[in-house]
Design a protein around this ligand. Structure first.
Ligand code: OGA
Ligand code: MN
Length: 212
C-alpha cells in the first residue's frame, strides 16, 4: 500500500520516491484543473517567508499558485494529503498539524537552485511533498528534481546527489524538509508540479500560524 511504503521509506532513509503512484482519479482531476487554471493565476515565486520575502532571478524563476479548497480537484487533493497526514501521524508521531501547497509552473529555462525547504529552529515545515503532473515528459525535457545528501559542516565534498527524479505524471516525492537540499534543473518546456508542506502547530498567543 502506498502510504505504508512512503512511511517505511521515511523511516529507512528520510525520503521516498514513488513512480506513477498518485491515484488515477486524483491525477485526472488535477490534470484537468491545471489546464483550466489561467496562467495569470500564477505569480512569480519568492524566497523566504513574510518579511524576508523576495523575488530572485538567481535562485528560482518558477511561478506558483497557492492551493485552496475552491474546486473539486483541489478539494480532492487536500483530502488525499489529509489522509496521508493522518497515516503518517499514526505511524511516525511527527505531530503534523497543517498543510499548505501550491501549483508550480516552470516554463522553458526555469529552474530552482539548490535549497532546503526548512531550517532547524527557523521554520516549522517538517515534511515536503512534491507530485508531478506532466503527461508526455521525456528525458530530453530536463526539469529533473535532484535530491542531495545533507552536508555536514565538516564535509569536504559538497553536492553529493542521492537521487534524480524525472517529473513524470503521478510521481510522488516525500522528504524531511530540514534534511535534504534539493534543486530543480532547467526545464525545456512547461513543467507542472505541486509542492506542499506538512507543518507543526506553531501558533502562539499573539501569532496565528500558518498565516492565512
Ligand atoms: C519547491 C521545490 C520541487 C519540484 O517548490 O520548494 O523544491 O520538483 N519544488 O517542483
Ligand atoms: Mn523545495
Amino acid at each position: 500500500m502506498l502510504f505504508d511504503s512512503i512511511t517505511n521509506d521515511i523511516i529507512d532513509k528520510g525520503y521516498s520516491i514513488s513512480h506513477y503512484a498518485l491515484p488515477d482519479e486524483l491525477t485526472t482531476l488535477l490534470l484537468q484543473h491545471i489546464t483550466t487554471l489561467p496562467k495569470g493565476n500564477y505569480k512569480r515565486a519568492g524566497i523566504g517567508r513574510a518579511k524576508e520575502h523576495a523575488i530572485s532571478d538567481v535562485i528560482r524563476t518558477d511561478e506558483i499558485s497557492w492551493i485552496t479548497n475552491n474546486s473539486i480537484a483541489t478539494c480532492a487533493w487536500i483530502k488525499w494529503t489529509r489522509s496521508l497526514q493522518n497515516y503518517l501521524n499514526r505511524r511516525l508521531f511527527l505531530g503534523l498539524f497543517s498543510f499548505e501547497s501550491h501549483f508550480s509552473l516552470y516554463t522553458k529555462g526555469d529552474f530552482y537552485k539548490k535549497h532546503k525547504d526548512a531550517f532547524k529552529g527557523e521554520d516549522n515545515r517538517v515534511l515536503s511533498v512534491v507530485v508531478y503532473l506532466n503527461k508526455n515528459w521525456s528525458v530530453a525535457d530536463g526539469g529533473e528534481l535532484v535530491i542531495y545528501e545533507n552536508e555536514s559542516p565538516t564535509a569536504f565534498v559538497a553536492d553529493h546527489s542521492i537521487a534524480t527524479v524525472m517529473p513524470f505524471l503521478g510521481t510522488i516525492v516525500v522528504f524531511l524538509s530540514e534534511e535534504f537540499p534539493h534543486e530543480v534543473l532547467p526545464s525545456e518546456c512547461d513543467r507542472y508540479s505541486i509542492a506542499g508542506w506538512f507543518r507543526l502547530n506553531n501558533s502562539t498567543f499573539n501569532k496565528i500560524d500558518p498565516p492565512s
